[in-house]
Design a protein around this ligand. Structure first.
Ligand code: AMP
Length: 219
């Protein structure tokens, strides 16, 4: 089973993906997290991706699609977060999945107005050590600048600064929105209002997944 979580940067994709993957025993695959880890470890993929990630551009499709295909195992169930990001990646992924006899079962689209996206991203912080995500307005760390989980330094992602956020939003509008139309045409998309609190959005996402599981059982 493959579930894709789609949404603008700041729509809560990463937070929801972690919660939902744990609840249903899905393997959480976040291309953004993978790139950040590869960059921190200075691997060849990390070095290739660095300039794109830091400036808010998409990493070239060939690098991303190869990286994801290499991680897919037909014996596992996946929750994809941040991939595919454009139509080319979606087409290429569909081909790779075909070879593995796997298929995308559901695409959950977290819909959030742009003004809310900018507000959320400019107050988003994360732990430089373990990646735990905080929001200075809605879920700040208990001690300012210190991660509750591991004591690491809580910092702003380099690509969450205002200029880069605007660039990422443009990229999202131009490239990712056509994906929503593509998956709609495939009959795979379910839209969730991402404007509520974390628990409310999780409930809605789980409702959609429960619907899929109930349908799969019937077949
Ligand atoms: P995210 O954490 O999902 O917001 O991703 C952070 C950055 O990683 C993006 O702005 C891109 O530079 C890169 N990235 C993540 N996923 C992809 C993807 N599917 N295609 C191309 N670039 C990606």
């Amino acid at each position: 089973m493959i579930i894709i979580l789609l949404g603008a940067p700041g729509s809560g994709k990463g937070t929801q993906a972690k919660l939902v993957a744990e609840r249903y025993g899905l393997t959480h695959l976040s291309t953004g997290d993978i790139f950040r880890a590869e960059m921190a470890a200075k691997t060849s993929v990390g070095l290739k991706a660095e300039g794109y990630v830091k400036s808010g551009q998409l990493v070239p499709d060939s690098i991303v699609t190869e990286m994801v295909a290499g991680r897919m195992d037909p014996a596992k169930k996946y929750l994809l977060d941040g991939f595919p990001r454009n139509l080319e990646q979606a087409h290429c992924f569909a081909g790779d999945l075909g070879h593995l006899k796997m298929t995308v079962n559901l695409v959950v689209y977290l819909n959030l107005p742009e003004a809310e996206v900018v507000k959320r991203l400019s107050s988003r912080r994360s732990c430089g050590k373990c990646g735990e995500v905080y929001n200075l307005l809605s879920s700040p760390p208990k001690a300012s600048g210190v991660c509750d989980k591991c004591g690491g330094a809580v910092i702003q992602r380099e690509d969450d600064t205002e200029n880069t956020v605007r660039k990422r939003l443009l990229v999202f509008r131009d490239l990712t929105e056509p994906l929503v139309a593509y998956y709609k045409a495939e009959g795979l998309i379910k839209e969730v209002d991402a404007a509520g609190g974390i628990d409310g959005v999780t409930k809605s996402v789980c409702g959609v997944i429960d619907g899929l599981l109930a349908e799969t059982k019937k077949k």
